[in-house]
Design a binder for this molecule. Sequence first.
Ligand SMILES: [Zn+2]
Length: 262
Amino acid sequence: MDKFASALAARPDWIGEAEWKARLELAACYRLFAHLGWTELIFNHITVRAPDDGSGQRRYLINPFGLHYSDVTASNLVKVGLDGEPVHATPYSVNRAGFVIHSAIHGAVAQAHCIMHVHTTAGMAVACKEAGLGTDNFYSAQLAGDVAYHDYEGVTTRTEEQAHLVASLGDRHCLILRNHGLLAWEESVPNAFFLMWTLNRACEIQLAAASIPGPNRAVTPQAITDSLHRKHRSVDPKGGLQQKVFDAMVRKAGIDSYEMLV
Ligand SMILES: [Zn+2]
């Protein structure tokens, strides 16, 4: 059965069905992040490209500024244009720092359906290190060659930084914002979640290993090649694995029915 079925009747008239489903999935993702503790007061963002609404404009959905992730619903998500301005009536505004980062990537990367940015402690700690993320733990080895870096330019509120962000990201899916935090994008919400989880977990393990005296055991290049996240993703090109992970974790976050997210 369509997992969204229980919530379809609650769709407001001004939101199309495809957008309503995108909103439900994104709201579930916000609740999952809250469950995992991947929150920073009312800051940080997860965004999803809005389905074509006939405007001919690239638009995306973002959290209303001022609400905790645990208060995000399908209805209160804000649809904005690449200029960060809401395209519908809403009592909420959008955090400028979120607009600068997410608009830049949604605008420049056609495949970037979902973009996630977090300030987890492990992610911020690794972002502070000159060497960045290694490739010598189970998860960081999976991301070898898929992590880009962007130098810190202060709080991301200047649109001039957008071109720099896009250039720093290049064709990679993970971006470590130096001295700041983590970012990941993918073609779907479940894929982006699984990638961000892997990236954050890689940082957690690196942080834990660094607290134990002595060097890390080296990993062979062949072992890294055999570990690559992209390679494993291609084994399941429809993202079935990532969907299973996402659905299980949304249930774990207490969302038994999408009706809870309207
Ligand atoms: Zn940030």
